[in-house]
Design a protein around this ligand. Structure first.
Ligand SMILES: [Zn+2]
Length: 121
C-alpha cells in the first residue's frame, strides 16, 4: 500500500543554502560582466575601422555607424563607471576622474575578481 517513492528524500528547499558562495561573488560577477562588454567594444575596434574604410571606399555615408559605435561606447562606459564595489561601496573602476577598463580589482579597497571563487590565500 505504500508507494516506492519516499517523500523525505526530496531535495531541501529550505532557507539554508546548499552551495557556499563567497559573499561578494554575485556583485563581482555583475561588475566583471560590465567590464567585459566594454572590452568587447575595444576588441571589435579593428572591425569598425574596416567597416568605415569599406563604406567610405564605396562612397557611402558612415554617420550612423559612427554615432552608433560612439553610443555603444558611451552606454557601456557609463554602465561600468557606475558599478560600485560590494565591499567598500566606492566606484569599482574609477579612482578619481578616469575610468580604467583594464582594472581587475577595486580602485579603492583592492577587492579582486579572484574573490568570486572565495577568499584568495
Ligand atoms: Zn572596494
Amino acid at each position: 500500500m505504500s508507494s516506492p517513492q519516499d517523500p523525505s528524500h526530496k531535495p531541501s528547499t529550505g532557507p539554508e543554502r546548499t552551495t557556499q558562495q563567497p559573499p561578494f561573488a554575485p556583485r563581482l560577477q555583475i561588475i566583471r560582466k560590465a567590464r567585459n562588454y566594454l572590452l568587447v567594444c575595444f576588441l571589435t575596434f579593428p572591425l569598425y575601422v574596416y567597416a568605415v574604410t569599406e563604406l567610405l571606399g564605396n562612397g557611402l555615408d558612415i554617420t550612423w555607424l559612427m554615432l552608433g559605435y560612439m553610443l555603444l561606447y558611451a552606454v557601456f562606459g557609463i554602465n561600468m563607471s557606475v558599478k560600485r564595489c560590494p565591499r567598500c561601496h566606492q566606484q569599482f573602476f574609477v579612482k578619481k576622474y578616469f575610468l580604467n577598463p583594464f582594472r581587475r580589482s577595486c580602485a579603492h579597497c583592492g577587492l579582486d575578481f579572484d574573490h568570486i571563487h572565495g577568499e584568495p590565500q
